[in-house]
Design a protein around this ligand. Structure first.
Ligand SMILES: Nc1ncnc2c1ncn2[C@@H]1O[C@H](COP(=O)(O)OP(=O)(O)OP(=O)(O)O)[C@@H](O)[C@H]1O
Ligand SMILES: [Mg+2]
Length: 288
């Protein structure tokens, strides 16, 4: 199916260099972030709340304008584009959001077809008349994400997992060269979250599509991603394979506090007394 149309083998698909973002309030949300993502690589972006994950994703697709630095997709500098050039570049970036961002009153099929809106002329989109090839592609994608029985349902009648599957199909319908995903599983139960992550990673590998997926669930990130980038206060403090994400690195990213969530062996067992727990917490906080 739709392989990247732009990159030649071995070429970097996405190149982010010295990217910084200072919001109007004066906050430095990103401080000189640099990394490349080759075709087909699935990158999990982790880091505490406020570390800049969403800002990074939004700077890449220019929902947010970076203060400094460059974002290049197949050698086109996105940070310098405006107007038609920017619209064309945005079409190449499929976005999947935590809140699903579906049009509630439209059907599953119509929501998926809306992924083509950047391509079809305005009158066609206004009357919702899409070329047959787009409709065929949408059917195939809905089958791929396991929704072929729900094509005519309204988005408002779907479960959270089904809605996220529509989001994935819609992003793929636009034939992206890069997938940007902001917390795809944050509103899902653990089993559905795992299924959705697996699906996103599988479709990326099938299409040689690079992806950046921000998430809070570290075990899930380790399970599915090829590479993990850890952000802390707007800077990359880890960039490597999941196997290298050990305790020291997690402390570097999250500080001491999150240990119990991330490492089951540190968990306080229910039968422990309050005193034990207190001692444990002090140990974790480095007080003992
Ligand atoms: N539109 C904005 N205006 C001003 N400051 C912002 C804006 N958006 C984000 N920030 C600030 O930039 C920093 C990074 O925020 P960002 O949303 O990128 O973090 P995040 O890692 O995605 O967090 P979370 O895990 O909670 O989603 C935060 O301190 C935040 O308050
Ligand atoms: Mg965020």
């Amino acid at each position: 199916m739709a392989r990247s149309r732009l990159a030649s083998p071995g070429q970097d698909m996405l190149r982010v260099s010295s990217l910084s973002k200072r919001y109007k309030g004066g906050e430095d949300a990103l401080r000189g972030v640099t990394f490349d993502v080759p075709a087909g690589q699935v990158v999990a972006l982790i880091g505490p709340s406020g570390s800049g994950k969403s800002t990074l994703i939004r700077c890449i697709n220019r929902l947010v304008t970076p203060t400094k630095g460059r974002v290049e997709l197949d050698d086109t500098d996105i940070t310098r584009l405006g107007g038609r050039g920017l619209r064309r570049a945005r079409r190449l970036m499929g976005m999947i959001f935590q809140e699903y961002a579906l049009v509630e009153r439209l059907t599953v099929m119509e929501n998926v077809l809306s992924g083509r809106l950047g391509y079809v002329p305005f009158w066609r989109s206004f009357f919702r008349r899409f070329p047959q090839s787009d409709v065929d592609k949408a059917f195939a994608l809905l089958e791929r994400v396991g929704l072929s029985e729900h094509v005519g349902k309204r988005a408002s009648d779907l479960s959270g997992g089904q809605r996220q599957r529509v989001g994935i199909a819609r992003a793929l319908e636009q034939d992206p060269a890069l997938l940007l995903v902001d917390e795809p599983t944050a509103s899902l139960d653990p089993k559905t979250a795992r299924q959705i992550m697996r699906l996103v990673c599988e479709v990326c590998r099938e299409r040689d599509l690079p992806a950046i997926i921000s998430m809070h669930d570290v075990p899930l990130a380790k399970m599915f991603a090829d590479r993990i980038i850890g952000l802390r206060a707007g800077e990359i403090v880890f960039d490597g394979p999941p196997a290298e994400l050990d305790k020291a690195v997690l402390t570097e990213i999250y500080g001491e506090e999150d240990w119990t969530q991330i490492h089951p062996e540190h968990e306080v067992r229910p039968e422990e007394s309050a005193e034990d727990r207190h001692a444990h917490e002090e140990r974790m906080a480095g007080l003992r």
